[in-house]
Design a protein around this ligand. Structure first.
Ligand SMILES: *Cc1c(COP(=O)(O)O)cnc(C)c1O
Length: 466
């Protein structure tokens, strides 16, 4: 018999969710609540006796307005976050409802097939080699890890070393090359892989953050033995792309493995107008990206793609006596990601891709980039405001009064103002405001209101009033 405890709780959660979403476009974007305030509301010794579930749900929902940053607000421009597309969010509810352990086919044929198809769609959307294997990990950090584990496996096996069996003790030296501008998660992935961060050889990058291909060539000429090169599509500050075709040619000539971190930049491949930025990316051996950023699925979802499926599987697969693994074409997710038990995070990817279609994704990416250019143009028109990067994608770096301190004050002031939210960075030794437009819901009006808010804060700090 159906359990009558579900409907009242799910209906309550739905009502809270709809309230949250209703208020989202107009609410302050920052989280106003302090840790103390949240602790006062939420902390108590674990009670011996429980409370009614409805009361617990109400308590948490009541804290979300002041305690949660409005990350899916159309005026949230911090980090590279992305909103939740309505279809993605609704599908994610179903994923929780189904409670599938998506690790192996036998537990969930549905999820296995949905993720298999979603993977094929991503390869088509990005126009990457169709024989590549795909894994849905928690984020791009773990996607980088997965791809680099495949690279480590392949490059060491080529020199006769079984890294899965024998580890790295006594192994031949593996050279790792990355851009001076590579994302911190590349370092973390290399750390997890036992390759260390001090051993990374850095290739200098230009003013936009693009690796110099000729400097890579010079470095590779000095290296002997198995080598992995990490390039980037979409610098986390500027959105710039490494010259991937040149890098791929050099890497191939050296017999090295090329990995590309395309956490958000890989999505430029969905746009006819932008795909030239990632020209040559299809020549790499592995690619890491995020779906929770530009595809706007709820957290969390990253994607690892490897041209050589055997290397990918060899690096990730688990076997145990009690596991029932498939022998046929059916797909076991444990073969392609670090996780064992896992959430069916590929399902919202399937739903969002199906609902948007290729043209819908293209439109989302193009629209966000147009909004980023709009933001840059409005801000650059203000005397004393400088846009530091070429706005080639969805990222804008802004500096105020050519002054580090003033720039930091404007960032803090905008955060407190609450009209929009964005963060700061240091770009080539200069403090800068960092704006990322990666939400399907961000309109031209949102950008106009936000830019006006930023200018207002800047003028007040500069001392000429609002
Ligand atoms: C966000 C990002 C990552 C890390 O992705 P997570 O999903 O946060 O793990 C890696 N590389 C780049 C370029 C990024 O922008």
């Amino acid at each position: 018999m159906a359990d009558d405890r579900f409907p009242p709780l799910l209906e309550r959660a739905q009502a809270h969710a709809l309230d949250y979403l209703q208020l989202l476009p107009d609410r302050e974007v920052l989280a106003r609540a302090s840790r103390d305030e949240l602790l006062a509301a939420l902390h108590q010794p674990l009670a011996a006796r429980g409370e009614p579930g409805a009361a617990v749900i109400d308590l948490l929902a009541a804290q979300a307005q002041r305690g949660a940053g409005a990350c899916s607000s159309p005026r949230y421009f911090g980090f590279v976050i992305g909103g939740s597309h309505p279809v993605a969010l609704a599908t994610d509810w179903l994923v929780s409802t189904w409670d599938q352990n998506a690790g192996i086919y036998v537990i969930s044929p549905l999820v296995s097939v949905v993720e298999e198809v979603a993977g094929q769609w991503l390869l088509a959307l990005f126009d990457l080699p169709r024989e590549s294997s795909v894994g849905f990990a928690t984020g791009c950090q773990m996607a980088n890890f997965t791809c680099l584990a495949a690279a480590r496996h392949a490059m060491l096996r080529r020199v006769g070393w079984d890294v899965e069996g024998d580890g790295l003790y006594g192994a031949p030296r593996l050279n790792v090359v990355a851009s001076a501008e590579s994302h911190v998660t590349i370092d973390v992935a290399l750390r997890y892989l036992g390759l260390g961060t001090n051993a990374i050889r850095r290739v200098p990058a230009d003013a936009q953050g693009r690796m110099y291909a000729d400097r890579l060539g010079e470095l590779l000429a000095t290296l002997e033995g198995p080598t992995i090169v990490c390039a980037q599509a979409g610098n986390v500050n500027t959105g710039a792309f490494d010259p991937l075709r040149d890098i791929a040619a050099l890497t191939r000539a050296h017999g090295a493995w090329l990995h590309v971190d395309g956490a958000f930049g890989l999505w430029a491949r969905a746009s006819r107008g932008l795909r030239g930025l990632a020209d040559g990316i299809e020549l790499a051996d592995s690619w890491a990206t995020d779906a929770h950023k530009w595809l706007n699925v709820p957290y969390d979802c990253g994607v690892a793609i490897v041209r050589h499926a055997d290397d990918h599987r060899a690096a990730m697969t688990s076997t145990a006596a009690y596991l029932v693994q498939t022998q046929g074409p059916e797909r076991d997710a444990v073969d392609w990601v670090p996780e064992f038990s896992r959430r069916a995070r590929g399902v919202p990817v399937y739903a969002t891709l199906r609902a948007l279609g290729g043209e819908g994704v293209e439109e989302l990416v193009d629209r966000n980039c147009a909004r980023a250019r709009q933001m840059a143009e409005i801000l650059a028109d203000e005397a004393g405001v400088q846009v530091l990067n070429d706005v080639v994608l969805n990222q804008v770096l802004v500096r105020f009064g050519d002054d580090d301190e003033l720039t930091r004050q404007v960032i803090a002031g905008v955060q407190q103002d609450g009209t929009c939210w964005l963060g700061g960075t240091t770009w080539h030794d200069l403090a800068a405001m960092r704006i990322s437009v990666s939400n399907w819901a961000t309109s031209a009006e949102d950008v106009a209101i936000s830019a006006a808010g930023i200018v207002r804060v800047f003028r007040a700090l500069r001392g000429d009033g609002p």
